[in-house]
Every structure is written in C-alpha cells, then in structure tokens.
Design a protein. Sequence first.
Length: 365
Amino acid sequence: MMTFRLWKFLFVCAICLLPAGCYVGPVVEKDLADCAGLRRIKDGDFYKIDLQTNKATGETILSISNVARQMDFAGSTRVRYSWFYDKLGLIAVPGRLPDGNEYPVFIDTGSPSAVLLSGRMVRANDLAIFPLGNTSRGEGVGLCDLPELRIGDARMIHPNCGYLGMHWEVKFLCLPWWRQKALLLGLRQLREFSYVLFDNANQELELGCDGRFCPENAEQWMQYRLSYEGNSLQLKLMVELPLEGEITQIMFDSCGRYGMAVGDEFWEKLSRANGGAAAKKGSVPMGFLGWLPCRKARIAELEVGDVKVKNAEVIIFGQDSPMWHEPGYVSMKFFGDRTVVLDFERMVMWIRKQLDEGERLLGVI
C-alpha cells in the first residue's frame, strides 16, 4: 500500500507539474449502465420496484423501496480515525465491504445520502445495480445492492446505497499514479444510530445503537438543538448555534474540509461584524463536485458556541454554485480538540466544554 508520505510527495509534485501533463482532480468513469456483465437489481431482490405512468403528463414515476435494510448491532462500538483526519482534516474510519477489504469510510453529515460508492467500488465488490441516468457532468448514477458494511462491531445489512461514476486521481504525464477507493456514510444512514460521538482529541468515532448518550458530567457539556431541513434528496442537519453571540440556524457538516462555508448574504453580515474582513477569489476541491470557484477569507477570531476560533477560515460560495446555501455550514474543523456528539434520539448536539488547567488538575474529567 502506498504510504502517506509517498502519496503526499506525488500529490505535491502533481500540483507543481500541472502544466506538464499532470492532473489532480475528479475523473468521470465509464457508465456502469454500459458495462457488460454487471448484475441488475430486480423486483423482489431485496427491493420493491414500482413503475407508474402519469396519465395526464405521460411521465414515468419510479418508486424503489429497500425491504431488507436492517442494523445488526446493539450497544456501542469505537473505531480509530484514519490518516485522512491528521493530514486533511476529514473524518474517515475503516469499513469492511463484501470483498473482504477495508476502505476509508467518510462520516459525512453534509451529504444527504445513506451510503455512496464510486463505480470502481461497485465493480470491485460485484454489486448489483439499478442505473438511474447521468448527471449534467456525465457521471452515471444509480442504486446498488450492498449486502453488508461493517464499521467496528456495527453491521449495516443491505443499507440504502447509491453509486456515482466518479473518483479522484493523481496523474503524472497523463498516467494515473493514485486512484481513490473510498465510500461515504451520509446523514440518512448516520441518523439510524442513536448517537454518533466524535472524540477528536483521541481521534476515535463511537457509534451508539439502542441506547441514549449519557454523559457522566452533563454540566461539562454545551447543548444545541438539532433539526432537519429539506426532503430525503436534499436532507440537511441543522444546528442552532451561537455565532458571534447571535443564535444562528446553520448546517453542520461533520466532514467539511473547511471551517465554515457560507453564502454571499451571510458573509456580508459576518464581514461587517468583523471590521469589514475582505475576501479573495480562489477555488477549492469539494469531493464529488471537483474544484469549485469561490471566495476565501480569514477572520482573526470567530466565536462559535463557546469556542473562539483563531484565524478562522471562511469559504464563500455564490448563488450559481452547487455548494451555495444560506447561511451555509459550519464543520468539525472548528471543534478539532473537542468531543462532539450528535444525539439523534434527543435531536441535540453535545459539545464538551474546554476545561481550564485548574479543572483538569482537580480531575473533573
């Protein structure tokens, strides 16, 4: 397996040699619908498929329900973060798929998906598919039947799973040197757990099932209300969080690469509150969306809940961006030394307070 140092060296070299036929970014895969030999999901194969035609418009309406989805798990399980957290600030943990191999699983409340794979992962695990068409960029999209996903002791059996025909690559002189193999666990699957605990200081994830999160010292935790916004295809996890002392309902993205991403309108408000902070044009890599144009800014000190973030990074997206959302999102990056719990039973976000040295010496925790 390629070590991180070698991967980092190749990544940096690719950036430096971009004009010489090198590339870092997303690659559109061959559409799985055109690949011979792939099995197809059929009505009755763990799925109920219903096709109806609207007589008035002639439109075909597709309804697919997963009748086999279940969670074979009780209690709680803890797993270590992968190297993505140390090096890129992204929360991923090892997950085992039917081919017997472990892959990084990104824990992403910012995605409305349940489980999402690339076409490469579908082929590697010989998964049955149900193609649904293509995106505007040409990637094939559809459903796939994932028999099992294991994270620690948690077994997710036939979870709702989709595929997107795209992955990231690092190329030298037009030849691939690294191809991404990973999957994403999104909000629709994460909320099946009673709670999800992010122990960022110790770099561990805890998944809880059939039991509430019960902190030993509740007074050592801040609590913020959670809610959902949007339908299943655009589901967002919202949190009522004090920003610069004002309660703001904003999306929480556990796997956001940047501390905060906001829309133009909310940025103007933040900028005024911070002495007219300036933003510069740039671009950022945004996972499955590739490189997106944006504006970038830094705020000397930003208050987020009880956290005072120094030199806070803010990304601003315009209304023409697929990442545009008002007010925007705040990510786990602002809580890198804290323990954060998403309590889906109570719909509460718990954030452990930062204890001062005296409290630590007294053994409060």
